[in-house]
Design a protein around this ligand. Structure first.
Ligand code: FAD
Length: 427
């Protein structure tokens, strides 16, 4: 029961662990899964005076939540173009507003809990690999008009001062978005849950549930929790949970590499502390870490977890094709993590039956969406709001099993091909 080797594990300052469930206990709400979805749900409930027990199979933040790129920005894994046809303009706007609230929940937690170890750094740049300044102006104006959300268009000459790559045209800087050490953030939330009287239990995999009667029972190998409500938050690692949940998500692997220390070399390529993502549909994202001494670079997806070092090589190729001057930059470490994707690529946040809830399938855009997902579940359990209904159009659809996995991999390769074609035309 230990964390996989990542930059975040290597730079962890919070040493504490949490106890295993070793006896039977009772509480208002049992939350299953100690990623950011489960942690935010439990914290929001504890803040509303509910007694909570959170059960995590491994360690807090052991899954995607402690291994990701650390980008915290508004939006969902699926874009507005795909959301509007399902729910209409007004509901899509409301969902977007909630995604901004999710980002602010993370910022507020870091501030109010004094989580300096999460090392928040402001700014994320969306860099275009095809010419598109007019479109960026339209996006900036729409965000400002619809949400009062300010972003800045970065002209090509200015962008080329920050990112010394022949691949980029213009960019959109979001100064409200930020990037963090996500594992420290997750541990900070867990500490706060316990400070408020909740129980956080690691090494406590849920192996069986009894959900039919008014008093729900959640069993690990070493104890049983009796609770009025249960919330399932297993992400891409969901196991031993509701069959309906098991069928409704695809575990998709994605990859991150960390370079060796080379501050001077890296500064020949990247001269901003803002994080960067490109506009390809199967794009890369990266940021300076370790005070500018190393580069953390993420991208690629596969439907079966491949050897991270092999995928690290592909990521490195991508890095060098973006920045040829980094050809000598060596890779120190690469790792993978599983994301949970629904067929509709939107979060699954809702109620399965009375007092049984789920918050999962946050895909590759989970840092803000787990926060708002957790908050609306807590609001629904306490009867405070029914904002959870905003996610109702995105239910627990069957993913198609192995054929669904094949379709995802083929779609991804198709996106890569269309990215290549668009860039070739623009060159
Ligand atoms: C490599 C990578 C990079 C990413 N980069 C970004 C990014 O930069 N920005 C962004 O917004 N999103 C990013 N994401 C997505 C984001 O990390 C996820 O959407 C989010 O962390 C999901 O949180 P979660 O709590 O749903 O799942 P997880 O963090 O995976 O947590 C689920 C937990 O449930 C536990 N569990 C499962 N079954 C049981 C059981 N039976 N009993 C007890 N516990 C159980 C697991 O052990 C696990 O710890 C990235 C994801 C990956 C993998």
């Amino acid at each position: 029961m230990s964390y996989v080797d990542t930059f975040y594990k290597r730079t962890l300052q919070s040493g504490e662990g949490f106890a295993r469930l070793d006896r039977d206990a009772e509480c208002d709400v049992c939350v299953v899964g100690g990623g950011l979805a489960g942690l935010t749900t439990a914290l929001e409930l504890a803040r509303r005076g509910r007694s909570v027990t959170l059960l995590e199979a491994q360690r807090i933040g052991w899954g995607a939540s402690g291994r990701n790129g650390g980008f915290v920005s508004p939006g969902y894994a699926n874009g507005r173009d795909a959301i509007v046809p399902v729910v209409g303009e007004t509901a899509a706007d409301e969902l977007h507003r909630m995604s901004i609230e999710g980002m602010r929940i993370v910022a507020d937690n870091i501030e109010t809990l004094g989580l300096e170890r999460a090392r928040p750094q402001p700014g994320i740049i969306g860099a275009l690999r095809t010419d598109g300044e007019a479109e960026l102006h339209r996006t900036r104006d729409r965000l400002d008009r619809s949400f009062g959300y300010r972003t800045e268009v970065v002209s090509r000459p200015r962008l080329q001062e920050l990112l010394l790559s022949p691949r980029y045209f213009q960019g959109l800087l979001d100064p409200n978005a930020f990037h963090i050490h996500p594992l420290e953030y997750a541990l900070g939330l867990a500490r706060e849950i316990e400070r408020l009287g909740g129980s956080v239990r690691e090494g406590s995999a849920v192996v069986e549930t009894e959900l039919e009667s008014a008093e729900k029972r959640v069993h690990t190998g070493t104890g049983t929790i009796r609770a009025r409500d249960v919330v399932f938050c297993g992400g891409g690692y969901t196991s031993g949970m509701l069959p309906a949940l098991q069928r409704s998500f695809l575990p998709i692997a994605t990859y991150v590499l960390l370079t060796r220390e080379a501050p001077e070399l890296i500064a020949t390529a990247i001269r901003t502390r803002a994080a960067v993502g490109d506009n390809r549909r199967a794009g890369d994202y990266y940021r300076l870490v370790d005070d500018g001494r190393r580069l953390l670079w993420g991208g690629k997806i596969t439907t079966r977890t491949s050897e991270p070092r092999a995928l690290g090589k592909l990521l490195r190729q991508s890095m060098v094709s973006t920045y040829p001057q980094l050809a000598e930059l060596k890779v120190e470490l690469a790792w993978s993590g599983l994301m949970s994707y629904a067929r509709h690529k939107m979060p699954q946040v809702g109620q399965w039956r009375p007092h049984v809830w789920y918050a999962t399938a946050f895909g590759g855009h989970g840092l803000n969406t787990t926060a708002i997902g957790g908050r609306v579940v807590a609001e629904a359990i306490t009867g405070e709001t029914r904002r959870i209904e905003a996610f109702r159009p995105f239910g627990l659809d069957w993913t198609g099993g192995p054929l669904g996995m094949l379709a995802v991999q083929l779609t991804y390769w198709g996106l890569q091909a269309s990215d290549w074609w668009r860039e070739r035309k623009a060159a």
